[in-house]
Design a protein around this ligand. Structure first.
Ligand SMILES: [Zn+2]
Length: 441
């Protein structure tokens, strides 16, 4: 190839001096393009101690996968100089400007990989890029660790604490969200009270102040309560709608299952000539809001609202609890919320439905926190939004190797980290290796 072509590619790749493209090899059968790149420097500064103008000991051959050129898989190869330093006496390999030390990918390739993993399941991104997903997971962990190290939590005042199961429910992790900024602050394996202490340490390490945390939204687990009282003593606790309504759903399911087991004939009679599939649809309808019912569910639910079945009463109680929340948020007065909750718990206590009696007792035990949660419309919405994002992250992470890699992808997608590499294809950004990409060693 002519030297004009090499000069063109030196420019297209954005190679900074003294690096130039020496040779370009295009293999149309293998759909591959190989760039042989070289440094024309005769003497270099020592990478270890920065002493000026040191001699070059030898050069070592290295390769990096780069962004594709159209459908051609692109590779960079270079003989990287090793500097012999007369000042510190060490022989040190020069750092190349297009890759971080030890990586087999150019920075731009990694930046593209990271930005793809923010939107696509990792396995799918790996397939698109033609790399093994294990290597992508390693990149994600590297860039997330680096971006979190530069992250600050100084403005955090309201947090949501939640637990979630990963690996088909075999492992639990605790997540802490900033409910104002709507981002994931912290995730750690486990769901006991020590996870809150771990959060506090992480908060402090990121310029946050535990004394500034005024409010914590969470479920009613004793472990979190203990953890909050120890690690965040200044915070008011509120129990959010999401977790309270989830408890009501659990209670309703319990009533329904028990009734099906003990009085299958009564259920069948009430439903008429109903097959299993319709029955199943009805059961699911009970968990949803009337607004999202299908036509069949509307028809089938009609009887349920007026029936004397236990499961019908359970459903009405659950719906009433939803209404209690809607009214409390609408009126936004502590006295009103207190009265609404008091009325609901007495109704549940008189319901002769064991699971709802137990729920009423639980709500009474945590009464103040539940009332605070009822008035907290905005935070309730955020808790649900963050939960939705967490489920998406789980789907994106399908096939992940361990809990730490899952936590890394959750941070990548949910933490709004400011120091991640940006996509090389953002408009108005030049396409070249010389572009500044965040990385550290
Ligand atoms: Zn040196």
């Amino acid at each position: 190839m002519s030297s004009a072509v090499e000069a063109l590619f030196t420019q297209a790749l954005g190679l900074p001096a003294p690096w130039v493209v020496k040779k370009v090899e295009l293999d149309t059968a293998k759909k591959r393009i190989d760039f042989q790149v070289a440094s024309e420097a005769k003497r270099l500064d020592c990478p270890a101690c920065a002493a000026k103008n040191q001699g070059i000991h030898d050069r070592v051959e290295r390769s990096w996968r780069h962004l594709n050129f159209f459908e051609f898989e692109a590779w960079l190869h270079a003989e990287v100089p090793r500097v012999d330093c007369g000042t510190c006496g060490k022989t040190t390999t020069e750092e190349v400007p297009w890759a971080r030390p030890g990586s087999g990918f150019t920075l731009l390739f990694e930046a593209l990989a990271i930005s793809l993993c923010r939107d696509l399941p990792v396995s799918q991104a790996a397939e698109l890029l033609g790399v093994r997903d294990k290597r992508l997971w390693r990149q994600i962990e590297h860039y997330v660790t680096q971006a979190r190290a530069l992250d600050t939590m100084e403005d955090v005042t309201v947090v949501g604490v939640d637990e979630t199961s990963v690996h088909r429910g075999h492992t639990y992790i605790t997540v802490v969200h900033d409910l104002k900024a709507q981002r994931l602050l912290f995730a750690t394996p486990g769901k006991d009270h020590s996870t809150l202490q771990a959060f506090k340490d992480d908060l402090v390490a990121h310029q946050g102040d535990p004394a500034k945390i005024q409010h914590v939204c969470m479920d009613m687990s004793g472990a979190f309560r203990k953890g909050v009282s120890q690690a965040l003593p200044a915070a008011d606790i509120s129990y959010d709608r999401y977790h309270v309504v989830a408890l009501a759903n659990v209670a309703m399911d319990e009533v329904r299952r028990e009734e099906m087991r003990e009085q299958p004939a009564a259920v069948k009679a009430a439903l008429g000539d109903t097959d299993r599939a319709v029955l199943k649809g009805v059961m699911w309808g009970m968990r949803k809001n009337p607004g999202s019912w299908t036509k069949t569910q509307v028809d089938a639910m009609h009887w349920r609202q007026h029936s004397t079945l236990k499961s019908a009463r359970a459903w009405r109680l659950k719906q009433a609890l939803r209404d209690v929340y809607a009214q409390a948020v609408h009126q936004n007065e502590a006295a009103v919320a207190t009265e609404l909750l008091r009325r609901w718990t007495s109704w549940a206590m008189r319901s002769r439905l064991g699971p709802f009696k137990r729920l009423a007792l639980t709500l009474r035990e945590h009464f103040d926190g539940v009332v605070r949660g009822m008035l907290d419309g905005r935070n309730n919405a955020y808790v649900e939004a963050m939960n939705g994002l967490l489920q998406q992250a789980k789907r994106a992470a399908r096939g992940y190797r361990n809990v730490q890699t899952f936590i890394a992808i959750a941070y990548l997608r949910m933490s709004k980290l400011k120091h991640l590499p940006e996509s090389p294809f953002t408009p108005a950004k030049p396409y070249g290796l010389g572009r500044t990409v965040h990385y550290c060693t």
